[in-house]
Design a protein around this ligand. Structure first.
Ligand SMILES: O=C(O)CC1=CCC(=O)O1
Length: 264
């Protein structure tokens, strides 16, 4: 098991694909861990050296006390990229992972070959929603919100045709750490990159899920429009986490984009 201590937080990470291949780093969403990327990694690992990790408060990584700022997450990512020797990777983040990606791109554009923003925006939700969600989870546990969250994560087709898969992802969600989850709700409450998104100077692909209940296509499209030169794509029949629902289609979009970013 790979582990590194960054900012006094133990982070669990995984590396896949051939050493020396173009590098790709993946940042997970709220209430998930690095396993959401398994289907995508299976598609891309012949051609890319891929880093995935459990961001702080999630998976096997530490869940330190207190609210997490976007800077905390960006600093973790920067330290992890240094640790694994990724000098200029492509970065793909989903949802709050995409906010972390935008924060990293604003801080260190020279460190990125390309940015893929999956199901995210410069601002996601509002303060009342994130405060309410954190309060519920801390007082009543993740089970109290599991059903509506599965509806936000997954398309109706996925929920009706893949009940066993749905049950496993629900289990993963239920086993998350409520403290780490609530601390990341604070990240989402406080992070607003709307005014800065126009300064992102990295080739960017923005992807929406046509049936995303958390970051609907119009929100994602509006965010993409703020990023100079960003490409925008909608994946049909897909909810909030395309790497789970449609890893092959997501990989196809990314493969084309990353080829141009790395090889011109
Ligand atoms: O849990 C949700 O509503 C989906 C989500 C919002 C931000 C994130 O990372 O996941």
């Amino acid at each position: 098991m790979n582990v590194v201590r960054i900012q006094d937080v133990l982070l669990h990470y995984r590396l896949s694909g051939p050493a020396g291949a173009p590098a790709l780093a993946l940042v997970n969403s709220l209430g998930t861990d690095a396993r959401i990327w398994d289907g995508l990694i299976a598609e891309l690992a012949d051609d890319y050296r891929i880093l995935s990790y459990d961001k702080r408060g999630h998976g096997l990584s530490d869940a330190p006390a207190g609210d997490y700022s976007l800077d905390d997450h960006v600093n973790d990512l920067a330290g992890l990229l240094d640790h694994v020797g990724f000098e200029r990777p492509a970065l793909c983040g989903v949802s709050v992972g995409g906010l972390i990606g935008q924060g990293f791109a604003l801080r260190a554009p020279q460190r990125l070959a390309a940015l893929v923003l999956s199901n995210t925006a410069p601002k996601v939700g509002d303060a009342a929603m994130w405060n309410d969600r954190a309060h519920t989870v801390l007082n009543s546990g993740l089970a109290a919100i599991a059903d509506p969250i599965m509806e936000r994560w997954f398309s109706p087709q996925f929920r009706s045709t893949r009940p066993d898969q749905l049950a496993l992802w629900r289990n993963l969600f239920l086993r998350a750490d409520p403290k780490g989850y609530a601390a990341t709700c604070a990240t989402l409450r406080d992070a607003d990159l709307t005014a800065q998104a126009g300064a992102i100077a990295v080739p960017t692909l923005v992807i929406a899920g046509a049936e995303d209940g958390a970051t609907p296509p119009d929100l994602v499209r509006a965010g993409a429009a703020r990023i100079p030169g960003a490409r925008f794509e909608i994946l049909p029949g897909t909810g909030h986490i395309p790497s789970i629902e449609q890893p092959k289609k997501l990989a196809a979009l990314m493969r084309q984009f990353l080829k141009e970013a790395f090889h011109g």
